[in-house]
Write a protein that binds this ligand. Structure first.
Ligand SMILES: Cc1cc2nc3c(=O)[nH]c(=O)nc-3n(C[C@H](O)[C@H](O)[C@H](O)COP(=O)(O)OP(=O)(O)OC[C@H]3O[C@@H](n4cnc5c(N)ncnc54)[C@H](O)[C@@H]3O)c2cc1C
Length: 441
């Protein structure tokens, strides 16, 4: 069998069931496609790929290539539209078998469909490598996925699914050779820009596994996680696994197994449980995205709940640029633009302000996060935005954070606002015109 392996959000050799299946072939073409459409603004004004994630992704791809080389493999890194690139490679190399990881997202599903139609004679298979569970090991059929996270968690835990029941495959030590030499056009990819501040995240499987080792085993920070995780801006307060999990340089099952290992060898407490609990949130949003398809991106959300919203360009701009009347939110948005990462608390506050104070259509905010976040993940991003906007998996409806109270609790001495310059010189008010439509000065 001549296999084409399409790397997507599974940029690793460890615990990769899809690559393991591909390793049984006679020849193997390893492909990653950088899609030019990621770099142009979409319907909600933002690009899918911003500079922080692009840098991190590029580092991850270079690391993947380094790990493939000792196994006699190379990465064919193409810049182009997958619906064209993949069928062309299939034809050029006599491919009869194609594998990739299963993933949520309507564009991803559409591409897979289009490619299969373009090369109907080849065998196409998807494997589940992005999640803790496989669809078959979930305690419910996917079309009966509970409407709320807590129902989902209870059913998973009642079924004995603490940690993961999926088999972990240790790292691969052999791969078949590539079918032949093919020059790729990686040189056409957009350039990588150097950030103003040295980035704290380095892409690649090894860096992800090192972060896992550091957070859980070396520093024991996992044992205090529940008490620290809500901090507004503290590197050590949470695991920082998200960027590696998002592009699959780190397997979520590897994380779950490490938690279990730590609990066996060191201690098991509320904090160790809570890290698993948060992974379960990710899991829920993953399956929810697969279950709800296009509804994940609809204004009325998966709950089909209509809320009157509109679009005020000046408010949106002020939010993105950190020049609103809310210093705490400005600080978060400045940090996001400059680093590509903000804490979960900062994300909640920024999103709550967007929906409640600025009364904007949540989809524009979600699209801006998609562009900016180094750890952007379709299920977690759109799922959390819907949750906060009251159109997603939250039985309590819309969530509004009291920004003043949040500042008193999480930034009592104003250090966060000062560090990220949240006090705008000329804050942009909510209104630009008065009731008679006269411009406000
Ligand atoms: C509006 C909004 C948008 C978000 N967008 C994303 C996104 O695009 N990508 C993303 O990975 N996370 C997203 N999150 C969830 C969460 O903020 C991040 O996963 C977390 O801050 C990452 O930091 P960490 O790895 O240190 O998390 P930790 O607190 O150490 O948690 C461990 C892991 O659990 C998962 N996790 C934690 N909290 C959540 C959550 N609320 N929802 C889903 N998974 C969670 C992540 O995989 C995380 O890496 C979003 C949250 C909000 C409120």
């Amino acid at each position: 069998m001549n296999t084409l392996y399409w790397f997507t959000r599974d940029l690793r050799l460890h615990d990769n069931a899809a690559l393991l299946a591909a390793s049984k072939s006679d020849s193997l073409l390893c492909v990653y496609v950088v899609d030019p459409r990621w770099f142009t603004p979409g319907r909600f004004q933002s690009r899918s790929m911003g500079t922080h994630r692009w840098r991190f992704l590029w580092q991850s791809l270079m690391a993947l290539e380094r790990h493939l080389r000792p196994l006699g493999q190379r990465l064919h890194l193409a810049f182009g539209v997958p619906e064209q690139v993949i069928p062309a490679l299939v034809r050029a190399h006599g491919i009869d078998h194609m594998i990739r990881s299963r993933q949520p997202g309507t564009e991803e599903a559409g591409q897979w469909r289009a490619i299969r139609e373009a090369v109907p004679a080849i065998l196409c298979r998807e494997f589940e490598t992005l999640s803790l569970f496989t669809e078959g090991s979930l305690p419910m059929p996917l079309d009966e996925l509970p409407a709320t996270f807590s129902q989902f968690r209870k059913q998973v835990e009642a079924a004995g699914g603490h940690h993961t029941d999926a088999l972990r495959i240790r790292t691969l030590s052999a791969l078949p050779p590539p079918p032949g030499f093919a020059q790729d056009n990686r040189g056409d990819c957009p350039p990588i820009s150097e950030p103003a501040q040295a980035p704290r995240f380095t892409g690649g499987e090894r860096a992800g596994l090192e972060q896992l080792q550091a957070f859980i085993f070396d520093s024991h920070r996992i044992a205090r996680y529940k008490d620290t995780r809500n901090a507004l801006d503290d590197w050590d307060a949470s695991s920082k696994f998200s960027p590696w999990l998002a592009n699959g340089s780190l397997s979520v099952r590897e994380v779950a197994e490490s938690i279990a290992e730590y609990e066996r060898a060191e201690t098991r407490n509320e904090s160790t449980y809570w890290l698993w609990f948060e992974l379960l949130w990710r899991e829920y949003f993953y399956w929810s995205a697969l279950r709800h398809g296009v509804d994940l991106f609809r204004r009325d959300g998966v709950r089909r709940k209509r809320r009157p919203v509109t679009f005020y360009p000046h408010r949106f701009k002020a939010w993105c640029e950190g020049t609103t009347e809310y210093p705490l939110v400005n600080a978060a948005m400045n940090q996001l633009r400059q680093t590509g990462y903000i804490s979960n608390r900062a994300r909640q506050l920024a999103a709550s302000c967007f929906v409640n104070e600025l009364e904007l259509d949540w989809r524009y905010g979600a699209a801006w996060f998609e562009q900016q976040l180094v750890d952007y993940d379709v299920g977690s991003n759109y799922g959390n935005w819907q949750y906060l906007a009251g159109v997603g998996a939250d039985p309590r409806g819309q969530r509004q954070f009291n920004l003043e109270k949040q500042a008193q609790t999480y930034d009592p001495d104003g250090a966060f606002v000062a560090r990220w310059q949240g006090e705008a010189d000329q804050p942009v008010g909510r209104h630009t015109v008065d009731a008679a439509d006269w411009p406000l000065s």
